[in-house]
Design a protein around this ligand. Structure first.
Ligand code: SF4
Ligand code: SF4
Length: 81
């Protein structure tokens, strides 16, 4: 699984997906009003530039693997989005 964290529209991306815990149910994708989560076969991405930190995805995840980043520190890794 690959997770990508990028700066959000609001300046800081506070949402993170815990690696290796997601079961790819798609609930978070369906609730995101900004179309900021992409789910591919065994990969899930948050597209930071679209994310507004609204937290709807956090509340939607049935197994609680999307969290607020406690430090509020944007993490950037990966490439291409
Ligand atoms: S916090 Fe809101 S905008 Fe960002 S990925 Fe989750 S549902 Fe989408
Ligand atoms: S709602 Fe949770 S388990 Fe389902 S795809 Fe999103 S992060 Fe993964």
């Amino acid at each position: 699984m690959i997770t990508e964290y990028r700066l959000a529209k609001s300046g800081k991306l506070l949402i993170e997906i815990l690696p290796d815990k997601c079961d790819f149910c798609g609930c978070c994708v369906g609730v995101c009003p900004e179309d900021a989560i992409e789910l591919k076969e065994a990969e899930i991405f948050i597209i930071g530039p679209r994310c507004t930190n609204c937290a709807k995805c956090v509340w939607s995840c049935p197994i609680e693997v999307i969290k607020f980043n406690k430090d509020g520190v944007p993490v950037s890794k990966g490439q291409g989005l």
